[in-house]
Design a protein around this ligand. Structure first.
Ligand code: UFG
Length: 339
């Protein structure tokens, strides 16, 4: 039987590349589309090294309808789409909102049009825990209210969820919205990992680059939040656990054709503060990371972590890797990078 062909937009990126590996491990055939705005072509070779399988990749922008039509002519229908392609930095989105609205929303509707034209009926959408805004109670469940978005990035995810929900309700399509918590770590081979361009926006690559001496010190954004140590709390999940959730989401749609749309929190269920995270990194790797306390960053949520019972029960998925493992994998990956 031929393998099921899955289009991964943004498939050369951090989560996308790990998901390509998870898909190949599960017997799928991923086809990557990426414009390499935040990824390196060398990722493709690395995926092949890890899996022994070469992956087809189209270098194109998902906002570009003309090029997507060429993709359609070459590839025809897919058995599913996993749509990652998007800008993803909360702080940057506050500075450059139009860039975020334009890119994150137009790529989604172009992909939905491509799906309609090619009779592709299943999509997994990269959503985010930021859709919950500042939650009233923790942990957040999928039934927690969608509150005011704290950043344009978060709003693109709220609107993206709505666009997809409306399209699915129109029939002929199934969609799973995965609300990611904070992905960290790297593949244990250290062949793929997070590759931020320029100064990292996210905590983990900033920590690893500071440990390596590329950055002088980590700035911790705010230490007077209403949390036990004053720093923000997040649910940090190993990127391979997150990647495997996408495979489970596809399988869920295959096994439950009556499911039109559903949402799942993809986290570990544990919240750690920025300081706890930093300490865990130092302990796991026996390295010191200099830091200073800096002003709060606009758009940040004070604290959030996931209730993952629904994903455990319905997707038969549970994060299995520890924070320590993620910290070690992130550091091993950083050390292998050339600069
Ligand atoms: N932080 C610092 N210093 C830094 C970077 C981050 O103190 O240099 C703090 C932030 O203020 C925040 C925490 O570390 O409290 C985590 O920040 P990240 O930027 O790593 O992650 P976010 O929670 O802002 O958002 C991330 C991704 C989003 C994703 C979200 C949850 O950037 O794309 O997780 O899914 F949506």
């Amino acid at each position: 039987m031929s393998k099921k062909k899955i289009l991964i937009t943004g498939g050369a990126g951090f989560i996308g590349s790990h998901t390509a590996v998870a898909l190949i491990n599960a017997g799928y055939q991923p086809v990557i589309v990426d414009n390499f705005s935040n990824a390196e072509p060398s990722v493709l070779e690395a995926i092949e090294k890890i899996t022994g399988t070469s992956v087809k990749c189209y270098n194109l922008d998902c906002c570009d309808a003309k090029n997507l039509n060429l993709l359609l002519q070459k590839e025809g229908s897919f058995d599913g789409v996993i749509h990652f392609a998007a800008f993803k930095a909360v702080g940057e989105s506050v500075q450059e909102p139009i860039k975020y609205y334009k890119n994150n929303l137009s790529s989604l509707w172009e992909i939905l049009e491509l799906m309609d034209k090619s009779n592709t009926t299943k999509i997994v959408f990269s959503s985010s825990c930021t859709v919950y805004g500042q939650p009233d109670s923790l942990p957040v469940t999928e039934a927690s209210p969608i509150k005011e978005a704290e950043s344009p990035y978060a709003y693109t995810k709220q609107v993206g969820e709505q666009i997809l929900t409306d399209r699915v309700k129109n029939g002929g399509m199934q969609g799973i919205l995965l609300r990611y918590f904070n992905p960290i770590g790297a593949h244990p081979s250290s062949l793929i990992g997070e590759l931020p361009q320029g100064i990292p926006n996210n905590l983990m690559p900033f920590i690893t680059q500071t440990a390596k001496g590329i950055r002088k010190e980590l700035s911790i954004f705010g230490d007077d939040y209403d949390t036990p140590d004053g720093t923000c709390i997040r649910d940090y999940i190993h990127v391979m656990d997150l990647a495997e959730a996408h495979v489970k989401a596809l399988q869920y749609m295959e096994d439950n054709p009556e499911t039109a749309i559903d949402h799942f929190n993809i986290g570990t269920g544990n919240g750690y503060s920025v300081l706890e995270c930093l300490n865990a990194f130092e302990r796991a790797n026996n390295v010191k990371v200099p830091y200073q306390i800096a002003p709060k960053r606009a758009g940040d949520i004070t604290q959030i972590w996931a209730d993952t019972e629904k994903a455990n029960r319905l997707l038969d998925w549970k994060a299995s890797r520890t924070l320590e493992e993620a910290m070690r994998d992130a550091w091993n990956w950083e050390q292998k990078l050339s600069q």
